[in-house]
Design a protein. Structure first.
Length: 239
């Protein structure tokens, strides 16, 4: 099986190719240059693997939550390639990508993932390691101010990963009843971690058609006005 995975939901830009377990991957910090960097990054991993788009069996795409522009870039790119080459797709939560890396690297059983959502909020979701080694969500993903998050009641220990922890560690720790065994507040989603979650989907023949791929924003209002942003910051500061 030959798969291409990509994620641009945060300031990171990453792509990876899977060829029956052999992986070629590239990860870099792109800031706001995803539109410039995604195509060269994808071209690099395809060249390293000796593949063309027409030789792929499917695509895997990080669908957010994260930067609205970043999420749209990856989803639009994946849809375009998949439609052009009649390939199935699998969308993977960018929170799940972070969880999968943390659970694999740290050997932890549970992880609290938080991505800095700006405007005083974080995208947040707890996960646990399933019997198959895959990250399984323990609750729905939410976006909220750190002091208002619905933290799990389990005492831990928990791993913690994501830029939300880097930005709001004190507030998040204050909300958590259990202990944190390991914390990476700089962690960003990486496309290479999508394979652990997506390969079984392809193997079971339940990947989606390209036009079914949809972004995950969590925020209902995708483009807040400047006045709304200022009001939200003021509300979060006053809490």
């Amino acid at each position: 099986m030959k798969l291409l995975a990509l994620d641009t939901a945060t300031e990171a830009c990453s792509a990876a190719v899977w060829i029956d377990g052999l992986i070629h991957a590239h990860f870099e910090i792109a800031g706001r240059d995803h539109t410039k960097r995604l195509l060269p990054v994808v071209a690099e991993v395809l060249a390293a693997a000796g593949l063309r788009y027409s030789q792929l069996d499917g695509l895997v795409c990080g669908v957010g939550p994260g930067s609205f522009a970043g999420v749209r870039i990856a989803v639009a790119f994946a849809k375009g390639v998949a439609l052009a080459h009649e390939l199935p797709v699998v969308g993977v939560s960018s929170l799940a990508l972070l969880a999968q890396r943390a659970l694999s690297a740290a050997g932890s059983q549970r992880v609290l993932v938080a991505i800095d959502a700006r405007m005083g909020e974080v995208y947040f979701q707890p996960f646990e390691r399933g019997a198959d080694g895959m990250a399984q969500p323990l609750a729905e993903a939410v976006v909220a101010a750190p002091g208002l998050l619905p933290m799990p009641s389990a005492q831990g220990p928990w791993a913690a990963a994501g830029t939300g922890w880097g930005a709001y560690q004190a507030e998040l720790r204050a909300r958590l009843a259990g202990e944190i065994s390991i914390l990476d507040g700089a962690a960003l989603p990486q496309a290479v971690d999508a394979f652990a979650l997506a390969v079984p989907v392809f193997e079971h023949g339940i990947a989606q058609a390209a036009d079914a791929l949809q972004p995950i924003y969590l925020r209902n209002n995708v483009a807040l006005t400047l006045i709304q942003q200022q009001q939200r910051r003021a509300e979060n500061t006053s809490r």
